[in-house]
Design a protein around this ligand. Structure first.
Ligand code: PNS
Length: 165
């Protein structure tokens, strides 16, 4: 039987425990998961694609079926080349839904052989987003427990004077 390959795409600026929770659960469903960091030229990122890859690789190192990659251009084109049939997305709240619904519909119109699978974010992580993590870290708040340790360390380096926790 053919391998079931899922791509988990995103900005991952940076990866959080919310993302990791989705990855851990998806490991039980798919033969292979590619965490695909989008290289968006129009989106302002705190971390470079290289830094993101390094952080994610460290975080998923205990999961042999998970690999990490970057892509630019259309997700559907990247997925076709990777022979992946499922795009994985986490949903935190109904506020995520509209954006995700439009994106899934657009992707399906581009390639109807690829499906988007939504997983509800774990109950302990529904309030975490990369955007709020960066805001809290930049203002000196503690992010330990919300992001993996290596990510918390990297955030400290990005915001050296203000970061406490
Ligand atoms: O973590 P994010 O920022 O919510 O991830 C969004 C992402 C990267 C999955 C999405 O912007 C994307 O797939 N970008 C690639 C360009 C593309 O394929 N666009 C068509 C879908 S509307």
């Amino acid at each position: 039987m053919e391998e079931k390959i899922a791509v988990y795409p995103g900005s991952f600026d940076p990866i959080t425990y919310g993302h990791l929770d989705i990855i851990k659960r998806a490991v039980k469903i798919f033969d292979k998961i590619i965490v695909a960091v989008a290289h968006n030229y129009d989106k302002q990122s705190l971390f470079t694609p290289e830094e993101k890859i390094e952080m994610i690789t460290e975080v998923v190192k205990g999961y042999p079926t998970v690999s990490v990659d970057t892509f630019s251009g259309l997700l559907m084109e990247y997925m076709k080349k990777a022979k992946a049939t499922v795009a994985l997305r986490g949903l935190r709240a109904t506020s995520d839904f509209e954006y995700e619904y439009h994106m899934a519909a657009m992707n399906r119109s581009l390639d109807d052989e690829i499906d988007t699978l939504f997983m509800m974010t774990g109950k302990d992580y529904f309030f975490i987003s990369s955007r709020t993590i960066k805001e809290v870290a930049s203002l000196g708040g503690a992010v330990a427990g919300l992001v993996p340790e290596n990510v918390a360390r990297k955030l400290k380096q990005k915001f050296p004077q203000r970061q406490k926790g």
